[in-house]
Design a protein around this ligand. Structure first.
Ligand SMILES: *Cc1c(COP(=O)(O)O)cnc(C)c1O
Length: 416
């Protein structure tokens, strides 16, 4: 067992802060949105953290998300709910890079995490905090992966989970392989005929009566903190010299917001300089509220009417963190790209056959966007590019045709 789970370490949380107004709230209690209806961010005494923790301290610890304990809100080891959140590998894709004319192409494979997606980072920490506050029942609206991760961590923590996942075939069906684990983990799972934003009101209406804590994306402050480990880990893996460009499949935007927060905290403690990767948000042309708002120069994103896409992770017509995503994209001098989702399966096959890396549809959407960005000159041919493979490709199995050999017939490899 990782010593990170059993060694008490100092924590530095000071308060919670409204991401829009800066209004302060006390830490160490259950929290939803701020009084302005916006996400709350966890703030730390970073000066004290910098005095207590060095890069060498970190280096010596086992490689999982709990090595970043000083940057996380969980105060006591007894509250940690863990299923083995390992450091995910960064894999080079040299043949694909050569084919598409990229300098260096790297894939951070988040499909290795528990329940097969990067949702495990956020939910591991959020469920640990819920356990610390003695929460008994949690509800979540989900496109699939967040619900599965919640179900698993709640099983581990002994908390009751209610998962409502978008399932509106043929337009909005989560793959059965993704959602079949929800009841397996002992959660109450419900297929709902709508997209994720339509599900939340159903939860809010019955929240009090059912005694649910709502763990919807960005509607409580601790999933961002767990997801922040994606940025901390990345910086450490690149030896504190981050790549030039990062592509991110953008749904609710937790990961983009959290990565940016991680980089800010690392700069404040002096571990990285002001240089930042350019963050590029990727959505489908059929549901692209963030891309539209980015190019219109808007501070907030209008909800995308009747938005749907076959790429479950980015099927989010509106998010309460819109202004935080847009600010991170702009401050990083990044961009936002809407892709033609009919190109996704071919991109997935291309990288699988060229480099042996099986991207999930969300990850393959990034490869489509990356080609577009190289063609449009948004990304240079000499830059280091990082793609997040946000889930295991096996959760959304590709189409395939079996080639058969009949043992009763002639050996087809002996010629005719
Ligand atoms: C949730 C999800 C996304 C989107 O991530 P956000 O941080 O919510 O924007 C992308 N890909 C997959 C596989 C997901 O499950």
């Amino acid at each position: 067992m990782s010593e990170n789970l059993t060694t008490e370490r100092p924590t530095f949380v000071t308060h919670l802060e409204c991401s829009l107004t800066g209004e302060r709230r006390p830490a160490d209690r259950l929290a939803g949105l701020s009084s302005a209806g916006k996400p709350l961010l966890v703030r730390y005494d970073l000066d004290a953290l910098a005095r207590r923790l060095t890069k060498d301290d970190l280096e010596a610890r086992p490689q999982d998300i709990w090595r970043y304990r000083e940057f996380l809100p969980v105060r006591s080891c007894g509250d940690i709910v863990s299923l083995g959140e390992i450091r995910t590998p960064i894999i080079t894709a040299p043949r694909t890079a050569a084919r598409i004319g990229a300098g260096e192409l790297l894939v951070k494979d988040e499909g290795r995490l528990p329940t097969g997606s990067f949702k495990a980072r956020g939910l591991a920490v959020a469920v640990s905090m819920a356990k610390a506050f003695s929460v008994q029942r949690i509800a979540i609206p989900s496109a699939g992966n967040a619900g599965v991760a919640l179900a698993a961590y709640c099983a581990r923590a002994g908390i009751e989970a209610y998962v409502f996942y978008a399932d509106d075939p043929p337009r909005n069906a989560a793959s059965d392989l993704t959602v079949c684990e929800i009841p397996l983990f002992g959660a109450h799972g419900y297929a709902v005929n709508g997209v994720i934003t339509q599900i939340n009101p159903l939860i809010e209406e019955a929240r009090e009566r059912m005694g649910w804590f709502n763990m919807a994306t960005l509607k409580e402050p601790y999933r961002i903190e767990g997801k922040k480990t994606i940025g901390l880990e990345l910086a450490e893996q690149f030896e504190w010299d981050l790549p030039e460009v990062i592509f991110y499949p953008t749904g609710g935007g937790t990961g983009l917001i959290a990565m940016w927060k991680a980089f800010e905290e690392l700069e404040q403690i002096g571990w990285i300089g002001p240089k930042r990767p350019r963050l590029i948000a990727v959505q489908s042309q059929t549901c692209a509220p963030i891309v539209r708002a980015f190019h219109e120069g808007a501070e907030f994103a209008a909800p995308w009417e009747d938005g749907y896409t076959a790429i479950p992770g980015v099927r989010v017509p509106a998010t309460v963190g819109d202004f935080l995503i847009l600010a991170a994209l702009r401050q990083s001098r990044g961009n936002a790209i809407a892709i033609d989702e009919t190109a996704v399966e071919a991109a997935r096959a291309e990288m699988a056959a060229s480099d042996g890396i099986h991207l999930c549809p969300e990850g393959a959407a990034l490869l489509v966007a990356c080609k577009q960005a190289l063609n449009d000159g948004i990304v240079g041919k000499d830059e280091r590019i990082l793609l997040f493979n946000s889930a295991s490709g096996l959760k959304s199995p590709p189409a395939f045709r079996k080639e058969r050999v009949d043992l009763a017939g002639p050996n087809p490899f002996l010629g005719s």
